[in-house]
Design a protein around this ligand. Structure first.
Ligand code: ARG
Length: 577
């Protein structure tokens, strides 16, 4: 249930009834100071200016025709023409019961289910995943969870970099060695690749050979395919373990790497040429992009076939969109890729639409994100200036979480310590990232992310434990008391419960914009409100049984929202802290 939407629609009806043109709609916002009102209606003032009427008089008229008595207990109109609405306690109490019984925590808006492809994580092969893959992986995972939660058909697509020049380089390098066996350790493969890359830059002959192998691989040479497959398997098996540790839903079923589009590429080139979209250029094939100029003022073009016959990252992305539309009937594709690829992706989107590989109204979106920085505002790297391996980052977060837990509870059982340090450590890294607006860079800070107060996962996980243990200690079966009215004696109870009503609005904003930080902020706010309720109101030691149950129902509902909220972010809860 979206309370603001319900109220807005009713107010809009009333506005139309009294002759205000339809384009003037009420804008509802929650009031920070709940003594002024719970919701404030803006938007009447601009209508009043247009109609040349005193806003206060117009607002009074709007209110006269308003039919919201069951939801609202009091309405105040300010001199300036703002309408302030106060929610009826009885109605709110009923909402608590409905929310407790609802399977989807009150999400009622019916949607037209779409087929949505999420392109995320997408690491490159022959390398360990590093910190640069964190954002795409965990933001993408959260969006997958949220879109599925509202009822969309989500297709997870891990567009791994398993095709192209680097394989040619590796195969050429292996061929120079006496022992042509591939090491089974990914870290050793990565070392070999780095050496090969150096040689590729320095040695022209070696570079030529590498390029030949790329073409051979693209032509499905058996020997090349064998080496390729082995390296892909070693890399991805390593990555699947990382996904599991990170509580990310990607598995081998979601891997749709660059290689799978290979058979489509030559036809794409022919077709784009036929349609006059691609042209020959010095032996290569390019797609000129109209209306774009590079720094030198030259018009830009996307290369889709090199002189030596090799296809490129761009050719594959063009084929990939066509495939996703044809195979999955995708209505929307969202890319979680860093902001440096924004211009590139825009060009690709333009090409596939021009070629009519997808309908012109298909939603192709790049949800970009910024970089992770260190405290000095420089890219977050090792002391030696190398990329930080994701696995090392995870290990460190678990160790740090362990130390925090042991400090609080030196006698904790070993198995519990293991479990808790994973949940807390990994939750901390994920939440610290997800709680920032993805558009911006952010500074990685271990101390902040593992703090027990402030906007952290630990703070929210801890509130969940408190709620859980209260419910357990009470030993009351709350489902027996579903019809019992909630007693809003203090503002602590009221302010917490009224905030639950924003959940649906928050979720749908994220569905549209792919911004999980709004859910983090909402969860944090709920946690702050719950903590003050918990610290200021008696619950278990109350003599009044009815009030005790009323409060426990609020605690129960809070626990449901905290758990679901963290789940939608891909963060686990525990009841053992
Ligand atoms: N593997 C690429 C990289 O590491 C990201 C792929 C993003 N997805 C895509 N369809 N281009 O930069």
């Amino acid at each position: 249930m979206n309370i603001k939407k319900i109220l807005s629609e009713k107010i809009h009806k009333s506005m139309i009834k009294i002759g205000i043109p339809e384009k003037y709609s009420p804008i509802l916002r929650s009031c920070k100071k709940k003594t002024i009102g719970h919701y404030q209606v803006n938007g009447i003032i601009s209508a009043a200016i247009y109609l040349k009427i005193n806003p206060n008089i117009l607002a009074t008229k709007v209110v006269k025709y308003l039919n919201i008595k069951n939801i609202i207990s009091k309405i105040k109109i300010s001199k300036l023409g703002y309408i302030n609405l106060f929610i009826n306690n009885k109605w709110l109490s009923n909402q608590v019961n409905l929310l407790i019984m609802s399977k989807k925590l009150g999400l009622t808006t019916k949607i037209l289910s779409e087929n949505i492809v999420i392109d995320y994580s997408s690491p490159n092969i022959a390398k360990e995943m590093h910190v640069g893959h964190l954002r795409s992986t965990i933001i993408g995972d959260s969006i997958v969870r949220i879109l599925s939660f509202v009822g969309h058909n989500v297709i997870k697509s891990n567009h791994i970099g398993d095709w192209g020049t680097h394989f040619g380089i590796i195969i050429a390098f292996l061929n120079l060695k006496k022992n042509k066996k591939i090491d089974l350790l990914l870290s050793n493969i990565e070392k070999l690749y780095k050496k090969a890359q150096k040689k590729y830059i320095k040695d022209v002959n070696f570079a030529k050979k590498s390029k030949l192998y790329v073409v051979k691989l693209q032509q499905k040479d058996i020997y090349c395919l064998k080496i390729w497959k082995k390296i892909v398997d070693i890399t991805m098996n390593y990555n699947y373990q990382l996904y599991k540790k990170l509580n990310v839903k990607l598995t081998c079923h979601d891997t749709m790497g660059e290689s799978i589009y290979n058979d489509m590429l030559s036809d794409i080139i022919i077709d784009l040429k036929k349609k006059g979209i691609a042209i020959n250029n010095n032996g290569a094939v390019v797609v000129p992009i109209k209306g774009t100029k590079n720094i030198k003022g030259k018009s830009m073009a996307v290369i889709i076939k090199k002189k030596d016959g090799a296809y490129l990252y761009a050719t594959i992305d063009i084929a990939c969109i066509k495939y996703r539309y044809e195979q999955f009937k995708a209505n929307r594709i969202i890319y979680y890729v860093d902001s440096r690829q924004n211009q590139y992706l825009k060009q690709i989107f333009q090409i596939v639409k021009k070629a009519k590989y997808v309908p012109s109204n298909m939603k192709l979106e790049h949800h970009m994100f910024g970089m992770i920085l260190n405290k000095k505002n420089k890219p977050f790297k090792t002391r030696e200036g190398n990329n930080i391996k994701l696995n090392d980052l995870i290990k460190e977060s678990i160790i740090r979480a362990k130390n925090i837990i042991i400090k609080k509870n030196p006698f904790i059982k070993k198995e519990i310590l293991e479990e808790l340090s994973h949940i807390i450590g990994i939750g901390a890294i994920k939440y610290a990232d997800l709680s920032k607006n993805r558009i911006n860079n952010y500074i990685f800070n271990w101390d902040k992310m593992l703090s027990l107060d402030g906007n952290t996962s630990l703070y929210i996980q801890y509130a969940y434990v408190r709620a859980f243990s209260l419910l357990k200690k009470s030993n009351i079966n709350l489902t027996k008391f579903l019809n019992l009215e909630i007693n809003f004696i203090t503002h602590y109870e009221f302010n917490l419960v009224i905030s639950f009503l924003d959940f649906e609005e928050i979720i749908f904003k994220i569905v549209e914009k792919g911004t999980p930080h709004i859910l983090c902020n909402w969860l944090y706010n709920i946690t702050v409100l719950f903590t003050s309720f918990y610290e200021n109101c008696n619950i278990l030691n109350l003599k009044d049984d009815m009030l005790k149950i009323s409060r426990l129902k609020i605690v129960f509902l809070t626990s449901l929202f905290l758990k679901k909220g963290l789940y939608l972010l891909g963060i686990k809860t525990t009841n053992k802290i």
